[in-house]
Design a protein around this ligand. Structure first.
Ligand SMILES: [Zn+2]
Length: 371
């Protein structure tokens, strides 16, 4: 059952506008040209300027909305002093380069997110492609999908400005002092490699990025860049770590949907949500199944070729978790397809009778991305 969360803000900020969360913390929104149509950004007031937390996607309209915010009374004519990006996805880093240049403001990120962002922003059509092609072929991708791979793929560069060429590193446990308030770096993994959250224990605020979102579920994907990764194990571990390290009564300021209270209930729900998917997949593997055959187990809606890599990535994240947990085995057949089979088939049969559909679909936050 989905927990009932508390959403203390009735409205949402309009284009170029801000809503005050508490003194010195402003919430704003930028539009996204995706199925997920917005991102929440935050401004933190320092003595002589503002810190920006996440930046929006590349494009004129985002810049125009930023200019409206800069001119607003809420910022009091003060400059942007620094930029923090929670992680490397284009809706978060997309305007970091422009903002940094516009204000001579330094960029703060974790090490892995900064370099992953630099990689994603470079054209991925360069370099050998055989392993990526093999990765999707073994999963059962269509010929149409395989043919499109590598053709004019500009990575994230259409969605993100070139990133600043230097950055300032934040690691788990570091702290920033902004306007006399201490913001502690809390790192999560799974959605991205070293996702930064900022926790103000004193005032009970958590800037959570995509690590914790109240309504939609963050994508956790195995991608061709690391074909044997197990990001779901990282994701589940991070949820348990947040349950231990972050107080339940914080106001969560997420990158999507709206600010909420009920962190621990949300984390527990997500653990059970993925647990349900894992059981459903184990149950479906009573007989050997290819990844493509297993997609409908966790995605009930039909998927276009544009959504294939994200959906497949999410499915493989669950399959790799089950392999590492010794609940599934994997074999490559003579037809070149990987097939997954439950290690304990009697258990899988019992599970098959007990599974029910998940009541939440997965965030597909880059649906507009070319394959
Ligand atoms: Zn993200």
């Amino acid at each position: 059952m989905k927990p009932v969360l508390d959403y203390p803000f009735a409205g949402i900020p309009g284009a170029g506008q801000t809503i005050e969360i508490c003194p010195g913390v402003l919430w704003l929104r930028m539009k996204l040209p995706l199925a997920l149509d917005h991102i929440n950004l935050y401004l933190l007031q320092d003595d002589e300027g503002w810190w920006v937390v996440d930046t929006g996607m590349r494009g004129e309209s985002t810049r125009n909305d930023w200019e409206s915010v800069f001119a607003s009374a809420a910022m009091g004519g003060k400059p942007v002093k620094a930029i923090v990006c929670t992680h490397c996805h284009p809706d978060h880093i997309g305007q970091a380069g422009w903002l940094s240049e516009r204000w001579n403001a330094p960029l703060w990120m974790t090490w892995a997110e900064y370099f992953m962002g630099r990689v994603f922003c470079s054209p991925v059509s360069e370099g050998p492609l055989w392993e990526a092609r093999d990765f999707y072929a073994r999963a059962g991708a269509s010929q149409e999908f395989l043919d499109r791979m590598g053709k004019g793929n500009k990575g994230f560069s259409a969605m993100a400005e070139p990133m600043p060429r230097s950055f300032h590193r934040l690691s788990h446990g570091d702290a920033l002092t902004i306007g006399g308030n201490r913001w502690e770096a809390v790192v999560g993994r799974g959605h991205s490699p070293e996702h930064l959250c900022l926790l103000d224990r004193e005032r009970g605020l958590l800037l959570s990025g995509d690590q914790v979102i109240p309504i939609i579920t963050s994508n956790v994907s195995v991608m061709a860049i690391e074909p044997e990764a197990n990001p779901l194990a990282d994701w589940m571990d991070s949820h348990r770590q947040f349950l231990r390290e972050v107080p339940d009564d914080v106001l969560v300021l997420p990158a999507h949907n709206t600010p909420f209270r009920g962190l621990h209930a949300r984390l527990r729900y997500l653990l059970s949500h993925h647990g349900e998917h894992l059981r459903a997949l184990e149950a479906a593997c009573v007989e050997p199944r290819t990844a493509v055959e297993l997609l409908p187990v966790i995605f009930k809606r039909s998927l276009g070729v544009e959504q294939f890599s994200l959906a497949m990535g999410e499915l493989l994240a669950h399959l790799h978790y089950l392999i590492a947990d010794k609940r599934l085995g994997r074999e490559t057949g003579e037809d070149g397809l990987d097939r997954y089979l439950a290690v304990d088939r009697a258990r899988a049969e019992r599970l098959r009778d007990g599974v029910h559909d998940a009541d939440e679909d997965t965030l597909m936050d880059f649906e507009a991305q070319a394959v």
